[in-house]
Design a protein around this ligand. Structure first.
Ligand SMILES: C[S@@+](CC[C@H](N)C(=O)[O-])C[C@H]1O[C@@H](n2cnc3c(N)ncnc32)[C@H](O)[C@@H]1O
Length: 286
């Protein structure tokens, strides 16, 4: 199979609506439905908060329609008309005969009641989230890989829209891919500037700053600093110097963990109070 990235390229400028339309036309050209975008990791999170979920920058992901089938009230938006049309087509299509079994299985996996209490609802529409929220009083916003590529100004405006779309105590999940170092700080600054509370952020920043001060090139994988395979040392010195530098990076681990534990009381208090809008940034690597 031809690689997806060879066939369809993301626009460099994320405000380029026609670029996104072209991307999705190329991606959908083979007529297949992109079930590999059926990311259901946050279904339990949605159930725990309420039923009103906004998928911001939904693209052609399958998740929004599956959340509807799981009994949630879904609003899916994107600046790409092509992506939104695909979402609307899915909503209008009759459900597949095996659809209920798939949803039951998903709910079981998430340890949720196997029959949705009531049918979900669905709306997909074109919307630019740098221009304000598409709705208010949402319980959860899911932004999957539709934040990290925004320009600094667009990111600040988008952060405010995500914040203002939520009810007090609502959560916004920003799922990202291969975002490291200062780019993480830029995302978090935009979210905090918009009024979000990010659980555990003081400890994360302390850790990120200490690691950066070492000057050792590293990437975070599953929350741990790792030396990338090549680049910063001569080939013949790689093994020894990487080992030494990894040991330097690892010196901060204990204090980082202690800081996380100390911060946890405040995190629990803020989450329990349900007054602040909460942003959760998920950093995926790979
Ligand atoms: C990398 S794609 C991710 C799509 C989808 N969430 C997924 O995980 O497959 C980024 C999406 O963000 C959308 N986007 C970019 N800027 C936007 C904006 N200002 N308002 C709404 N959507 C935007 C794009 O059209 C695109 O669909």
């Amino acid at each position: 199979m031809q690689d997806i990235d060879e066939r369809a390229r993301l626009p460099r400028d994320w405000s380029d609506v026609e670029g996104w339309n072209r991307y999705y036309r190329d991606l959908l050209a083979d007529g297949r439905d992109y079930t590999w975008r059926a990311d259901m990791r946050f279904l339990g999170h949605a159930y725990s908060l309420g039923r009103r979920v906004w998928f911001a920058g939904c693209g052609v992901a399958l998740a929004p329609i599956l959340y509807r089938d799981a009994g949630l009230d879904v609003l899916a938006t994107d600046i790409s008309t092509v992506a939104v049309e695909r979402q609307q087509q899915r909503h209008q299509r009759p459900r597949k005969p095996d659809g209920d079994a798939v949803i039951r299985e998903l709910l079981r996996e998430h340890e949720l009641p196997e029959e949705p209490e009531r049918p979900g609802s669905f709306e997909a529409r074109v919307h630019d989230f740098t221009e304000g929220p598409p709705a208010r009083e949402r319980d959860l916003v899911i932004n999957a890989r539709a934040f990290q590529g925004l320009s600094p100004d667009a990111m600040n405006r988008a952060a405010r829209s995500h914040h203002d779309a939520l009810r007090a105590g609502g959560h916004a999940i920003f799922d990202t891919n291969n975002v490291q170092g200062e780019r993480r700080t830029a995302i978090e600054d935009a979210l905090i500037g918009a009024g979000f509370y990010i659980p555990g952020n003081a400890s994360e920043r302390w850790y990120r700053e200490r690691l950066a001060e070492t000057g050792i090139v590293h990437i975070m994988i599953l929350g741990r600093p790792r030396i990338p395979g090549r680049g910063q040392y001569p080939e013949d010195e790689f093994e020894q110097r990487a080992r030494e530098d990894q040991a330097i990076l690892d010196r901060f681990t204990d204090e980082y963990r202690a800081r996380c534990a100390a911060e946890n009381d405040e995190v629990q208090r803020v989450l329990n109070e349900r007054a602040r809008r909460v942003a959760i940034v998920v950093y995926n690597t790979g």
